[in-house]
Write a protein that binds this ligand. Sequence first.
Ligand code: TRP
Length: 372
Amino acid sequence: MTDEFVVTPYKVSGEVDYEVLIERFGTKRIDEQLLARLAKYGPLHPMLRRQIFYSHRDLDWVLDEYDKGNRFSLYTGRGPSGPIHLGHMMPWAFAKYLQDTFKAKLWFQLTDDEKFMFYDQLTLEETKRWGYENALDIIALGFDPKLTRLFLDTEYIKTMYPTAIKAAKRINFSTIRAVFGFDNQNNVGSIFFTSIQTVPCFLESMEQKRKVPCLIPCGIDQDPHFRITRDIAEGMGYYKPALLHAKLMPSLQGANKMSTSSGNETTIFTVDDRKTVKKKIGNAFTGGRVSVEEQKKLGGDPDVCSVHQYNTYFFEPDDKKLAKLYDDCRAGRIMCGECKNLLFEKVWAFLEEHQRKRAKAKDVLEDFFVRD
Ligand code: TRP
């Protein structure tokens, strides 16, 4: 049963078993030893403590290099197909923590080309427009403009193209077909695209004209692209990129991952107003019982509750408070309504602040973008 789920950059279905995924993808768990090592560089991020970022490739190597004085660059990205929701922001907030902790340069790719090629209904003008729209959310998270390069693929292609075709020459169609589950109906642009997503792994090396290690924090669904990149990197004269993988943020429906396509009633967008957010959280799936009496007697089930998941992933960074919420739920001391209200206050406090910063980001957009 557990083997029936699918995770690729283009399809997530079934109930994802993240332990099985580590074996399937051949990645490594971030174990206690690695966590202890990470804690030496600064306070451990809650997403590490709680195993939201739970898997990696070569993180130990990247830290070895860092300790020797060979600093790494960071790389992450966004496929601009629509508005940003809270699930998108999670790995980016983590990227910001990495930037701050390691004073690392971040390359942030906006794949307007990818979303144009993969979504029939989107024009290139639209994905570009979403790219600029999404950039505001990214900048609002507080990245350092001196250490951050943001770019749309179609506006940075002169720099990237020579490296993209060097990558493309080393990737077979049969590999792409097997890794992504493509068939003869996929357009040729989508078959080529991994070559483009590969390039930012090497942008810092290209700029500095020497091999620079690269660390990619991302949702584990993106790993297939970078598995391919890692197979060809050394042959191209670069280091293999290292990765840090996050579990996918659940939706308020309690389903697999918060998604723009699964309907707007349960997805919280960064531009939603107070009333909308309140309503969406009010409708969230919980582990509550059929009646208050029963819940007081038997307790709720936080393990299946999307409100508890939200607290765990993002909104309750205090471990003690989180544990208390969990225990109070199990013991029937807190009801779902109250718990939802508590979550709403935290989500709204975050969003109100975010919306303020997002509005200001318009003035500094040009400090972040590179074009060629
Ligand atoms: N392909 C990703 C998406 O659809 C966007 C992306 C590009 C990305 N480069 C990345 C994500 C690097 C994580 C890391 O969302």
